[in-house]
Design a protein around this ligand. Sequence first.
Ligand SMILES: *Cc1c(COP(=O)(O)O)cnc(C)c1O
Length: 366
Amino acid sequence: MNVPFVDLYAQYLTIKADIDGAIADVIRQSAFIRSKHVTDFESQWANTVGVRHCVSCANGTDAIYIVMRGLGLKPGDEVITTAHSWISTSETITQAGGRVVFCDTDRETFTIDPKQIESKITPRTVGIIPVHLYGQPADMDPILEIAAKRGLWVIEDCAQAHLAEYKGRQVGTMGTAATFSFYPGKNLGAMGDAGCLVTNDSKLASWSELYARHGGKGEHTIEGINSRLDGLHAAILSAKLPHLRGWTAERQRIAARYDELFAKVPGVERPAIAAGRTHVFHLYVIRVKDRNGLQKHLNSRGVSTMLNYPRALPFYPAYSYLGHTPADFPVASDHQDRILSLPIYPEMTDEMIRYVVECVAEHQAR
Ligand SMILES: *Cc1c(COP(=O)(O)O)cnc(C)c1O
């Protein structure tokens, strides 16, 4: 059997008529740029998240960058973020003119460890970017408390966590602003790059919109950038949006099934869900001792896996200038060698889930 890591074509087939209709509609109206499809999706997404403003942009990376520019990041300003994420979270800090300050993660949830944030704060610190990694919210209450006490802003990186909740609050509603990615493989994905920022701050929203659209049309009040959501992607996202809750429930059901089956497999640490949080399982990440051996075995049995991510951020060459050692981030550096992401997507069959677990069990029994 072959189990792909994700199967976007299988998802397309389940809603083919809606997607084809949405695409045809955009083409018929030549509504490729800044069309009603875009503003419609923006208001649908703001409603879904439960925030006042959604500003769409070209991808989830731009969204983080745009928000930081909007928050007035100045050269030398320090921004604290997690040692364990996709590089978008930290590279945008540098692009926006700031300095990256990494913080270690929590052993169970892989998200930023709030207990260590205070020790990273200096007079130059201006903000914190927690990431709701793999689909589970970061521990927001202590993060927001530190931010309020120290006058820092908070940007939630929600790229992997559409609809996830922390103590009854949806991700994207808690920080100063939040960013989403609609990269094809994300829980809600376009058919190309797409993203947005959301916020209840009207000023930040209107500045961000201006900045992302060349600083204004006709009258350029500032110099901006070109970061737009294409009409085609907006229409595709609107067609997919009604399915997001159902797809999320499917991801959660598959994760629960994996959990149940892995309970009997020795040496497999299953993902933990912290009290008061929901997990939307963008990724199902296990921890094992011989991760590379297991990945090789699964590959030989037709099961695709991923490393999210092969290294903790501070240990990539891009950050060698910071001179970090594993002792600076004991949890993230331990996780980088033991994590393995298994296939999880709504269209997976029970036969596939059982096959994946069976192949893992074969390796663990060796
Ligand atoms: C995917 C992702 C992003 C960026 O999204 P793009 O749309 O690919 O630019 C940012 N942060 C995290 C944690 C992500 O997983």
